[in-house]
Design a protein around this ligand. Sequence first.
Ligand code: ADP
Ligand code: MG
Length: 898
Amino acid sequence: MAAENITPLMRQYQTLKRQHPQALLLFRLGDFYELFYEDAIVAARILQITLTSRSRESGQPVPMCGVPHHSAENYIARLLRAGHKVAICEQMEDAAKLKGRKLVRREVVRVITPGTATDLALLEPKENNFLAAVAWDSSVPAAGLAFVDISTGEFRATEWSGADARAKLEDELLLLRPREVLMPRPESLFTEALPLDLGASGGVETRLDDWVFREDHAERLLTTHFGVVTLEGFGLTGHRLAVSAAGAILHYLQDTSVKGGGGLEHLDRLAFYDQPDALVLDSVSVRNLELVTPAAGDDKGPTLLSCLDDTCTPLGARLLRSWILRPSVDAEEIEARLAAVAELKSQTVAREEIRHDLTGVLDLERLNSRITLGVVMPRELVALRHSLGRIPVLRGFLAASRAARLAALHAQLDELADVRERIAAAIADDPPAVKAFGPSETGVIRAGYNADLDDLRALGSKGRQTIAAMEDRERKRSGIASLKIRYNQVFGYYIEVSKANLHLVPADFERKQTLVNAERFTMPELKEYERRVLDADERILEIERRLFSELRQWISTQAGRLRQTAAALAQLDVLATFAHLAAARNYVRPELVAEDDGGRAELVLAGARHPVIERLLEQRGERFVPNDLYLDGGAHLVLLITGPNMGGKSTYLRQAALLVLMAQMGSFVPAQQARLPIVDRIFTRIGASDNLARGRSTFLVEMSEVAAILNLATPHSLVLLDEVGRGTATFDGLSIAWAVVEHIHAETRCRTLFATHYHELTELGGLLSGVQNVHVSVKEAGGNIVFLRRVEPGCADRSYGIEVARLAGLPRRVIERAREILARHEQKEHKLSAELSPGADPGAGENGASPRSAPAAQQPLFTPIDREVLEALRDADLDQLRPIDALNLLARLKDQVS
Ligand code: ADP
Ligand code: MG
């Protein structure tokens, strides 16, 4: 469209749009934000609103759609969630003051992107809102990652190198689930762009010019921002990719931050982190254990997080989430948390009071950021004041605590009385609900706070009296009884004198206007008054703005104290929640046991329950059957769990991992007793066919996941294998499973729980000294299988598939035929199996042979159960059998087995 054909309004629009080509431009027009052209088409689809067109433009009609400005937040949130950036354009002046011009001035006041949003309404209260940046160097290969939650001030960076750098980066992104990821453009010259599929982690990607990622640029930006000469203090020396990722983040934030708002002072540190300070959970395990997101296809299903999240504040909820994803491996830290939980558990009244008081504490971390970013609203400061008001009481509860961690929290909780008092003094109790100060929004500053402001306000309210008094005085002075002081829009204040009285007008009156019957005057005093009144509103606004901004700036100098207090409150919240759950659900304090290098400490769970399933069953009025677990890295290194489908195998496995994880978070655990060594990694793998719902799991995926375990697990890891080998033909799968167990037993030496439907695998229990069999028990009653859910030593006494089929009512002939086929199949495999017997057993000598291993060592891989022989024996009625028949039977049976 030719520029001369469009209206000035559209020209203004296009100028602004050109400055923000990557964002949807929300263009303020009166009470609406309008979107035009392509933006309108995109937004109408996402927001499900009507697409109209603006026909005032000559030529093509312009597609448009709009949202009311008072409910815009909700729409903006949806656009962000759909992965768009949004530029907000406001009218910068009052349309009433146009004075002949056609257009009000408009400006883009802020650009909001999914990773930089700070409005509380745009954020998930219980989740971090991470913005991440990724740097990549394929020549090593190495990957750098930095991420920030601008709404809380958390800013961290890390780096990996080696063949699995990319896999680790992807795992970390899956854990973090950043809303937005910064990367160099694909055609970069100086830096490499790593082609990453962000689909799984859910973020949107933002491509930046590659020089933004250059290390020298990054380093300069970071050192300037933090006011340091080197990045050494942050642990960043020698980590150039971490530095360049962190630099890209800072660059982007400075670029998108609110114009005229505050700075990024709350980003006052950048921490380099390394994995080893936390229990490592790869993304596959996080998914399989349903820690924070339920299994696919069940969005509302319970997770460990939902089961434990009884926190009172969003601060606590976020910390809990991060503790679940990064349990500690530091015994001292874990013990400190456990001791605090123990004390809070025993102090029922104090604990529940603390939780009650915490409930009134708002999201201090995010308020703090909004203050330093300069986008805080008056009402949020009032909320801050109320939240801070809770702290003295909370400190009071902690004052006498014995647990060191609680005493530390007591010390870290800063009452911030000065902040609270200043807010109370300056801000009205119930200020107007403004987003930003607009032309008419005053009343934020409390009366009595500022003398100028009070005078100006008094002027407004006393105005009428002042005029009446002046009128009275002038009547007396001039002797004109009909003299009036009036006001109108065009001429302002004037003194009106009728023609008849003109001769009485005093000398200091100045003529303003002549009417038919009267003259209008003014005088210095009235002029002065007029100026003060007309300016008063604007000046009130100006002063309120200034006072508010001064207060905001002063509070932002206290950001460090606020942040520390917020962190202490978050921790208090989580610890009190753990104590609350422990009391309400009968969880016990786990005992941490010291471990040697070989990982041979005992791991004992007695009467353990699956925290999530226990809750589910309770809701249905059922009871969870507690079970025991014993592993020791020696004779009980690998546990093979057999039993029928639905018997409880998978539950038993996951329960072990969840309890270990909870203990290392510092929580009590659902068991009667728990003695646990500190685990460095948890791996969970599920056989492919159990996993079909996810659609992407093929046998190849299953195997590459298993490969990762064999390569990465250490003697201090806990490995759960659930029906691994299932994704391929039976004998294939069995052979792989067999070899995996052998390898774990001989090389990896990680404590392993292996649930399997390969009944044959249980033979390993007799062959390898560190392998034990357990099974989930069932009993048959009244033609039905009853699941007892008890885990008992030994293997299931037979394969249950055909039994279950029989109980399900499959015709007798089908059952018999199935047995026949099975028997033959097993005989065939038997021949193969002879060649597969395992070789020397490394564990046997040093640990002392387990009681079962020696005599069983020569057993073949598959024991053919000759069902026909067994059935014939079972069917033989000895009471009725004549000796000659008995001999015949014996001969026939011998025939069959030889
Ligand atoms: P498997 O893996 O052997 O097929 P699952 O572990 O999936 O069996 O368990 C099937 C169902 O049995 C679970 O969904 C749960 O409802 C129930 N269940 C499992 N273990 C127990 C238990 N210890 N007590 C009560 N119910 C249990
Ligand atoms: Mg299962």
